[in-house]
Write a protein that binds this ligand. Structure first.
Ligand code: FES
Length: 161
C-alpha cells in the first residue's frame, strides 16, 4: 500500500465528515469500506489528521466487533458461538479451525486465504452448530467435517490463484 495514497484517501474521508457529530465512527467505517479493514497506517493517519490520540482511535476500533484490524482473507470463515451453536459443539469447531489454520479469532492466515471470525447467532439456530464460508452455510457441522470444508476452499485457492 502506498502511504501517500493512503494519506490522501484518509484526508478525503476526514474532510467529508469532520464537521459531523460522531464522525470518528463514520470515518473509520468509510476507511474499512475502502480497504476491507482499518490498516494501522490509516489509524495513525486519522489520529494525525483529526488531532486525536491514537489510543482513542483504537478504543473505538476494538469496542465495535464490526471493525477489522487485519486484511480480510479470500475466504471468510464465520463460526457461530450463539447459545444453540455453543451447546451443540461450536467451541470444538473453533479449536479445530485454529489447529488447522493456525489463526486466532479476527486473524487471517499468512497466505491470505482464510479469515476466522466468531459471530453471535447467524439466525438459523435449528441448524446448529453452524459455520459459514463466504455466503455458504454449513449446518450441523461436526469437528470431523472441518478439515473437508477447509480443503474444499484450499483447492479453489490453488486453482484460481
Ligand atoms: S446460535 Fe448459532 S445460528 Fe443461532
Amino acid at each position: 500500500m502506498i502511504i501517500e495514497t493512503l494519506s490522501a484517501d484518509v484526508k478525503s474521508v476526514v474532510d467529508r465528515w469532520k464537521d459531523r457529530r460522531g464522525n470518528l465512527i463514520t470515518i473509520l467505517h468509510d476507511i474499512q469500506d475502502r480497504y476491507g479493514y482499518v490498516p494501522r497506517e490509516a489509524a495513525l493517519e486519522v489520529s494525525r489528521q483529526m488531532d486525536a490520540p491514537l489510543a482513542r482511535i483504537y478504543e473505538v476500533l476494538t469496542f465495535y466487533n464490526y471493525f477489522k484490524l487485519q486484511p480480510p482473507g479470500k475466504f471468510n470463515i464465520s463460526v457461530c458461538l450463539g447459545t444453540a451453536c455453543y451447546l451443540k459443539g461450536a467451541p470444538a469447531l473453533i479449536d479445530e479451525i485454529r489447529g488447522i489454520l493456525h489463526v486466532e479469532e479476527g486473524q487471517t492466515t499468512k497466505d491470505g486465504f482464510f479469515h476466522l471470525q466468531i459471530v453471535r447467532c447467524l439466525g438459523c439456530c435449528g441448524l446448529a452448530p453452524v459455520i459459514t464460508v463466504g455466503d455458504k452455510v454449513y449446518s450441523a457441522v461436526k469437528r470431523s467435517d472441518v478439515m473437508d470444508i477447509i480443503a474444499e476452499y484450499s483447492k479453489d485457492s490453488v486453482k484460481n490463484g
